[in-house]
Design a protein around this ligand. Sequence first.
Ligand SMILES: [Zn+2]
Length: 221
Amino acid sequence: MDNKKALVVFSGGQDSTTCLFWAMKHFDEVEAVTFDYNQRHDEEIEVAKEIAEDLGVKHTILDMSLLSQLAPNALTRDDIEVKDGENGDLPSTFVPGRNLLFLSFASIMGKQIGAQHIVTGVCETDFSGYPDCRDVFIKSLNVTLNLSMDDQFVVHTPLMWLDKAQTWELADDLNALTYVKERTLTCYHGVRGSGCGECPSCKLRQNGLDTYINQKEGANA
Ligand SMILES: [Zn+2]
């Protein structure tokens, strides 16, 4: 593979920050792109900016505010409560087709900046009903992107088959566990680091970390 430039879809959360460290290890040149779609917290954009700057990664913020026009939901609207999906319903944080849009825009940007490698933190393991997080979708989209732009993009999904504990392990392997733990924002209530501790995202993150730390200590005992 001649082209060694990667573009990371980056939100400033645990997963995409781990992907950013992963990309910095595997590619000569890395840029990051953040999609601004009226997230619950402008804090997310701020965190993404700070981390990219701190790591010396060129960072672009693309305005995707049209997404909240298309799909009003808990991530983009203050008046809708964040809750887990019940009875097989999708969680209220779901924006249909979000990854389809984000990865398409990232690839168009990749074309402009000469990056053939697109890196995203989507994950099928914690699959909570998001059809465009599935591996089969990513592979299908990769083909479509290449056909649409007559190019040879490679969409990388380093977290695809990892659970949250294994994602922490990957961060640890990349010498970034403390950084990811302290600097990223995953909490639905906009609290950095370990977060509010109450929302579904915080619980998932903390359970994963506890599991990983226990396994690690067990292995070292
Ligand atoms: Zn939280």
